[in-house]
Design a protein around this ligand. Sequence first.
Ligand code: SF4
Length: 182
Amino acid sequence: MGTPLMEIINAAGGVREGRRLKAVIPGGTSTPILTAVEAQGAKMDFDSMRGLGTFLGAGGVIVLDDTADMVEVLYIIERFLAHESCGQCTPCREGSGWVTRILARLARGEGYAPDIDNAVRIGDNVTGTPICALGETIGPVAKAIIAKFRPEFEARVKKKIVAAPSPGVEVGAGKLPSGVRV
Ligand code: SF4
């Protein structure tokens, strides 16, 4: 407790040779992400993590180098949460699926500009409503990754975007990759 985060990362071998640190998820997939700059001054204790808008979680440090695709990273996290949702709470069950479908569409390069804010908005609407911690993860994780790496999401949209969907179009109507259950 209190060990500098970079000391832990370096003790584990550090970032791969020739690569640079891009981001760190400090406590497993339920914890909001830190940028490389934030990670430099972080300590693994409650106050330091809280000051950076995240928390220790399960303590499973995930280190991402500059090859990480942040759209893909968020998609994988939200897909996991959707898969693990037991379905008891409607906001968690439905919200995790909607956010995952939006991110799947973005990851495939078929996203619309409003998808980015819709993923955050839906996540925000889930926050405070579920009865367990899994559902409370859906919003903050999406919000942090999109806020800190938004240009990557925007670049993904620009490659394909033709026009924004009309009002009333079902959010997350995109087809999921085969094998993904939500
Ligand atoms: S918040 Fe927890 S209890 Fe509710 S649906 Fe999600 S996983 Fe199940």
